[in-house]
Design a protein around this ligand. Structure first.
Ligand code: SAH
Length: 381
C-alpha cells in the first residue's frame, strides 16, 4: 500500500506518554522504543530514522512509512554584530515566525515564538501590527529549538567561531505571540523542554512571558512548573489600559494576585516583571515610586527593557539617564530592578521587533543544502 507523507505522524513534539502510546498502537512496540526515539530526536538532533542505528532495521523501516520528524523551514538566517542569531521560519507564503538565539558568556538563551502574529495589540510592539494569524502547533514550537540547535552545531562544525561551544541553556517564550493564548500547544512543548529525555532543562531555565492572561496563569499554576515573566509596563490601570489592552479585561490587581498565587503554588522564587521604557510615557520617577508600592515585599523582580523602535511607531526609547534613575528609585524602595541589555537590534532581533513578514525583507543568500530539509535559506525578493 502506498503511504503518502501526509499519513505519517510527526513525532516531533509528541510528549513522552503520547509517543509511547503511538509506537504501541501503530507498531506494537514497547515503551522503551519511544524513549530511544526521544533521545535521538532531542538529544542527538536526528531527523532521519536511518541515523538511529540502535533501532532494529525492521522497526526503522516501519517508522519510515508511518512516522516522520518534520521541522519548520528556515527562510533566512542572520547574525548580529553582537553574535545574536535570528532565524525566520516559513509558516506559509507570506507569514513567518522568528526565533532568536542570544549568546552570553555564561549561557545561551533561545527566544521562541508561540503564534504567527499576536492578538494582544500592545501599542509598543511590532508583532501587534501584523495582527493575529494562527497558533503554532507543538511541533512548530519545539521545532524552533530543534532547528536552532541544529544550526548552531552546523555553524560550529563549519568552523564559525561565533557558534563554537554555543549551547541552548535557557528557553524563553518572548518571541512572537502570546503563549498563554496558545496554552493547548505551549504546555506540551514546555513538557518536552523539561523532560530529561527531551531538552532536559530545569524549571528555572524555561520562562513563559505573558501579557497577563489571568485565568491561564491560574491554570498553569496547577499544571506546569516554569519561570513566569509578566509584561507589566505600567504602574496603574489607566496607563496599562492604553499600553497593554488586555488590562481592561484583567486589571493590575487581579493580575498581581494571580502572580502571587503562582509563586506560592509552584514554590517559586519570584515573578519577573517586564517594563518597557517609553520616553515621556511611563518612565518618570513617580511611575517608579508607584510601581515600587505595588511590588515591594513581594516575590518580584523588575526587568527594565529599553524600548526598541520599529517603523511607524510613535514611541521613543527613554534616555539612558531616565532608565538608570528609574532603576535607582526602585532599588532604593526595596524592589530589585535590572536593565535588560539590548541585543541584536541591528538585525531587528531585539524585544518587540519581531515582525515575521516573509516578503519585505532584504535577505542574505546562503542557499546551503541540508540533508532533509531542502534549501536552508532562500532569497524571497
Ligand atoms: N506576549 C508575551 C511575549 C512577548 S515579547 C508577553 O507579552 O510577555 C517579550 C517582551 O518584549 C514583552 O515584555 C514585551 O512587552 C516586550 N516588548 C514588546 N515590544 C517591545 C519593544 N518595541 N521594545 C522593547 N520591548 C518590547
Amino acid at each position: 500500500m502506498d503511504q503518502s507523507a501526509g499519513d505519517r505522524v510527526n513525532l516531533l513534539g509528541l510528549p513522552r506518554a503520547e509517543l509511547e502510546a503511538f509506537v504501541a498502537a501503530r507498531f506494537g512496540a514497547k515503551p522503551f522504543r519511544a524513549r530511544q526515539l526521544m533521545k535521538w530526536i532531542y538529544r542527538r538532533g536526528a531527523a532521519d530514522f536511518s541515523e538511529m542505528t540502535d533501532l532494529a532495521k525492521d522497526f526503522r523501516a516501519e517508522l519510515e512509512t508511518g512516522a516522520k520528524i518534520s521541522v519548520p523551514q528556515i527562510v533566512t538566517s542572520q547574525i548580529s554584530s553582537d553574535g545574536t542569531r535570528k532565524w525566520m521560519l516559513r509558516m506559509d507564503e507570506v507569514q513567518g515566525i522568528e526565533t532568536v538565539f542570544i549568546p552570553e558568556p555564561d549561557r545561551g538563551t533561545l527566544c521562541i515564538s508561540s503564534q504567527v502574529g499576536c492578538a494582544m495589540d500592545c501599542s509598543f510592539c511590532a508583532t501587534a501590527q501584523q495582527g493575529f494569524n494562527r497558533n503554532l502547533g507543538v511541533a512548530e514550537i519545539v521545532g524552533q529549538v530543534w532547528l536552532a540547535r541544529h544550526e548552531l552545531a552546523a555553524a560550529a562544525a563549519r568552523g564559525d567561531p561565533s557558534a563554537e561551544g554555543r549551547k541552548i541553556t535557557n528557553i524563553v517564550f518572548m518571541g512572537m505571540g502570546e503563549p498563554l493564548a496558545n496554552y493547548r500547544n505551549v504546555l506540551p512543548a514546555m513538557r518536552i523542554f523539561l523532560d530529561d529525555l527531551g531538552y532536559d532543562l530545569s524549571r528555572r531555565r524555561v520562562t513563559l512571558s505573558t501579557s497577563g492572561l489571568v485565568p491561564q496563569i491560574y491554570k498553569l499554576a496547577e499544571e506546569c512548573n516554569v519561570a513566569l515573566a509578566v509584561s507589566l509596563h505600567a504602574p496603574n490601570d489607566e496607563l496599562r489600559n492604553e499600553l497593554v489592552p488586555i488590562n481592561r479585561k484583567h486589571p493590575i490587581r487581579e493580575l498581581l494576585a494571580a502572580c502571587w498565587h503562582y509563586i506560592e503554588k509552584q514554590n517559586g522564587r519570584s515573578v519577573t516583571f517586564e517594563y518597557v521604557m517609553l520616553d515621556g510615557i511611563n518612565d518618570r520617577p513617580e511611575h517608579a515610586r508607584e510601581l515600587a508600592r505595588l511590588l515591594r515585599g513581594r516575590p518580584a523582580k523588575l526587568n527594565l527593557i529599553p524600548f526598541n523602535a520599529f517603523p511607524g511607531t510613535p514611541y521613543r526609547r527613554s534616555a539612558d539617564g531616565a532608565i538608570i534613575r528609574f532603576r535607582d528609585v526602585l532599588n532604593e524602595m526595596g524592589v530589585i530592578a535590572t536593565i535588560r541589555r539590548t541585543r541584536g537590534d541591528d538585525i531587528d532581533a531585539a524585544c518587540g521587533q519581531l515582525a515575521g513578514r516573509v516578503t519585505d525583507r532584504l535577505i542574505v543568500r546562503l542557499g546551503v543544502k541540508l540533508p532533509n530539509h531542502g534549501v536552508r535559506t532562500e532569497v524571497v525578493r
